[in-house]
Ligand binder design. Sequence first.
Ligand code: AMP
Length: 457
Amino acid sequence: MINVYNTMTRQKEELIIDNNRIKLFVCGPTVYDYSHIGHARTYIAFDVIVRYLKHSGYSVFYLQNITDIDDKIINRAKERNVDPLELSHKFEEEYLKDMELLNVKNVNFYARATEHMDEIIAQVQTLIDKGYAYDTETGVYFDVSKFEGFGKLSNRKLDDLQNVRIAVDSTKKDPKDFALWKKQDEEPYWDSPWGKGRPGWHIEDTAITESYFGPQYNIHGGGLDLIFPHHDAEIAQMEAASGKEPLVECWMHTGFLNVRGEKMSKSLGNFITIKELLKLYSPEVYRFFVLSTHYRSPIDFSDEILKQAESSLKRIQNSGKLLMELSKSTSLPDEDESNFAEEVDSFRENFFAAMDNDFNTPIALSHIFDFTHKLNKQLANQSLTNEVIESIVSTFKEIEEILGFNIVSLDSSSDSSDAVLDILKDVREELRADKNWDLADKIRDELSDIGISLEDK
Ligand code: AMP
């Protein structure tokens, strides 16, 4: 049983899905520049959520849109004197390459806004026909006063709409009405019953989800910043157009990746692109870093925490390396004298319980960490049986599939001296805890003779 926090009800709820088939939509990027590591935080979080849902037996269709036409794209294209669609398709390609590098691989279909103009136009027409939208000289607008309950996701009042990015336009009935279609003669434009133009900010998502999923589906995700007004506008558009509610059963939102308390964003200029980060850290380290915080909580980005993530991951992988080496040994015991099989079972139980509890990856990682600590002791005295080793390896492989980084599936030719050193450190800690100072000091002195110094905390 998986419990998921639903932004709409503000509580964790048991995930109940008909036929075990999940239709999931997550808002994709606006592609006018290289993606930054804040975007990556959100997409890695949903990647792991999808991996876990699949592992739990659900069949998931994961749909993402690509905003390939919008004001920011047009402005950037003007600055660079290039065609807006050429610009957006270049950065879409870069985004997809970045996702591939980060092992974010579960999106079934990326739907470009510009390839769904017929669906967008049809949905705008339905809203006009049903009296929820009106046509003016400058565009077609959604009449927010006609939709009772606008803001039910964010719990914000209609008046808040005045403070967000809605263009001032004297042709609108109310300044809070938002654009479904923006009229313009300048390229790029598309023909519509209301003249040349392009879609507004929110309509592409509901037109796209309606064409692949219908008017209602299971899960909608995105970053916290999209709750208001974007997701509230989606609810208004689709529920008004279809007459059916709710648009989705469960709303999931990721917390921000912050820099010194401020959201990392292109507009604030405090961003690090995924490409820049991957020059310094491996994709696995970044995934580990992201998963060390719960997906709904903010992450404060710092080099120091990334370095910690790097060393924690290395410790886990070092145990994995030694485990794989030990699995090749021909002189393993027949009896599981230390009852380590029980440790493996309780580790599995704890790991999956954490993931079932709203995908609590930091707790799941802490169980991996505790378990590898215990495992290191068994590796040092070579007391594991073949059967126990096999069950640990298969559990680690399952976890690799879910979290998307390696533990045991590493290059076997890589150097294992770090791994041996980790084990020696763990053994020494145990010896010191047992007050076996002589042996602990002997290990420290002999390591010092070969140039490795250990400091006792
Ligand atoms: P955008 O291209 O700005 O529309 O963003 C694409 C997705 O990335 C949205 O779901 C955003 O909420 C998310 N996102 C953008 N910046 C951050 C950040 N600093 N931390 C987490 N998610 C973010």
